[in-house]
Write a protein that binds this ligand. Structure first.
Ligand code: G4P
Length: 280
């Protein structure tokens, strides 16, 4: 299966990013806590050099809490301010204000030395599609404030959301392109639903996901689907068949419906029903 996708949008997205980044002091970079590296953009370090940066481990409610802590430590070691958030519930979002000040300390100092006071920090939210940018902006800024579209080039004039007297947010998030040239990365993005499902062969993806889950979270599949312990070790297609049987998904001639089982599995993973899991 080939996970390449949407290269046509890339140069447009890049132009937009370059244009918008010039306007801000701070980049709020959202990554998916379940795949914090694969859901990052390879060029953001270059695009955002000389800017303050915060990384938010979004969808932390779906990721393994132990891994969330480890990933937070990883980014901190790199000198990047980091926070676990759940933009859907708003959990963790309030703590960002403090983090913004910490991340922009040098800029605030510089402004103060130059006699500039009360100039708000300008920030923008960036991330790959589906990482939760719009949800985050709504949680952070309040629902009434945002008018976002998920296509590069949607907003012509820049709109700023004034969060308080010291912080303004660009109302349109920066859409970054994923590292789709790396097939392993592409696969992980497909697991979490960041790649259009239309171009995915779901049965194949599900078999790969099964292997990933049983290696990282032994017993999770057995628990969720009421399998026998030894069934978890079956080859991918057979294991998918066992899940189909356990969920009573049958096609013509009472054959286990693997497509249906694949869809159930992927859906259970994406929604967290298999448990909180981190895949890297
Ligand atoms: P984007 O702008 O970066 O493209 O992402 P968007 O906000 O549209 O969010 C993509 C999906 O991720 C949405 O789900 C949203 O609810 C979900 N989401 C965002 N942040 C979080 C989070 O921290 N935790 C969890 N569990 N989910 C999150 P959807 O299924 O497309 O929409 P909906 O059914 O939730 O409304």
């Amino acid at each position: 299966m080939n996970y390449q996708w949407y290269p046509g949008h890339m140069s447009k997205a890049r132009r937009m990013m370059e244009e918008n980044i010039r306007l801000v002091d701070l980049i709020i970079e959202l990554v998916d806590a379940r795949i914090p590296l694969s859901s990052r953009n390879p060029d953001i370090d270059e695009l955002g050099k000389n800017k303050s940066r915060i990384v938010l481990l979004n969808k932390s409610d779906l990721a393994d809490p132990v891994c969330n802590k480890r990933w937070a430590a990883y980014f901190e070691e790199k000198g990047i301010s980091v926070l676990e958030v759940n933009s859907k519930s708003g959990s963790g979002v309030k703590s960002i204000q403090g983090l913004v000040r910490e991340a922009c300390r040098e800029k605030l100092e510089r402004d103060r030395r130059r006699g500039i006071v009360n100039r708000p920090i300008r920030a923008m939210v960036v991330g790959i599609p589906n990482v939760g940018k719009s949800t985050f902006i709504n949680a952070f800024a309040g629902k009434a404030c945002t008018r976002t579209g998920n296509k590069p080039g949607v907003t012509k004039g820049k709109q700023w959301i004034r969060l308080n007297k010291s912080l303004e947010l660009l109302d349109t998030p920066g859409i970054l392109w994923p590292k789709f040239e790396d097939q392993e990365v592409g696969k992980k993005l497909a697991y979490i639903g960041s790649i259009n499902d239309d171009i995915i062969i779901l049965d194949e993806l599900a078999c790969d996901l099964l292997a990933e889950i049983r290696e990282r979270y032994p017993g999770a599949l057995t628990n969720r689907y009421g399998l026998e312990e030894e069934q978890e070790a079956l080859p991918g297609a057979e294991l998918l068949g066992a899940i189909a049987q356990s969920r009573k998904c049958y096609g013509k001639g009472q054959e286990p419906d693997l497509g249906k089982a694949a869809s159930i599995l992927v859906d259970d993973f994406r929604s967290g029903r298999l448990g909180r899991m981190t895949l890297e």
